[in-house]
Design a protein around this ligand. Sequence first.
Ligand code: ISE
Length: 334
Amino acid sequence: MTAKIAIIGAGLMGADHARIVAEELPGAALQVVCDMNLEQARAIADTFGAADIDADPEAVIARSDVDAVIVASPDFTHAPLSKSCIAFGKKVLCEKPLSQSSSECLSVMEAEQVAGAQFVQLGFMRRYDQSYIEMKDALATGVLGRALMMHNFHRNVETPAAGFTGAMAITNSAPHEFDVIRHVLGTEFTTVSAWQPRRSDALVAPVVMVLDTSDGQLVNIEVNNNAAYGYDVRAELVGENGSIATNNVAYTRSDLALRNSTRYDTDWRDRYAEAYRRQNSDFLKFVETGEFPEIGSSSWDGYCAAVAAESGAKALSENTKVAIEMIAKPEFYA
Ligand code: ISE
């Protein structure tokens, strides 16, 4: 049976999800593209052959010809739309973050628990990236010994919007690190400190965070939204016996004028293309079987990322080390 999927939000990520559903997900059909901007919805629908367009997300979620939903609208709509999907018994792949407010994440968890099943998979796609998969496997086999530290760099060419702040680097970009680090290490964060160097211009400066984990590891995260040279995400996990680092994907290297060079992607859609494809095909299995994907990110994970982000933003604004305090993990998400 073909799963009919609606995409809510026809921006950058909505368009990418529409392409994946239409071109890379056998067993799924792109049913509706929904956006307040109907022209934009029409353009994406025509490009990828969607059956229909709409401007009202709630009406789309309710439609009987929609089996599952991908939410790629602005951040503040993620939790309310996920809750509507739960109310209509539809599985939802929700772009990150679930919410920038941990209490709103709790309300999504509450809705799932009342409904008695998981409905929400979060778009923390790095869990599906081969480099992080190999890093997690290396730790699990024991070859690295006990994990001691994880170093992380997250660099964008430029900020997504004018007015982007250091706090937004923590609440909008760093949640990817918060999620994938918890996933790889299998531990929770306990404290966070945050700093920014001074730039010579008005652009937002990088944010550097240091976090402790419940298992005594130290983690550092640099988020540089104005790195200028390319999209560059790296991580190194250091164990007592050795270390493992992620590589960027480069299929070729040029040797020219006494130099060799490789290229950078301009943003995450190319760098993580395969991770998105794997993530979305796992979501399709979730829709078909009702079984939550083994490595997928749940609303509990969205809550954990939101608590870390809130604490990180507080650490930055108050220039102090902040405790990361979470509720105990509900049995429901075990
Ligand atoms: C951005 O905020 C995102 O949402 C992307 O998924 C991420 O890869 C990018 O680096 C972030 O800055």
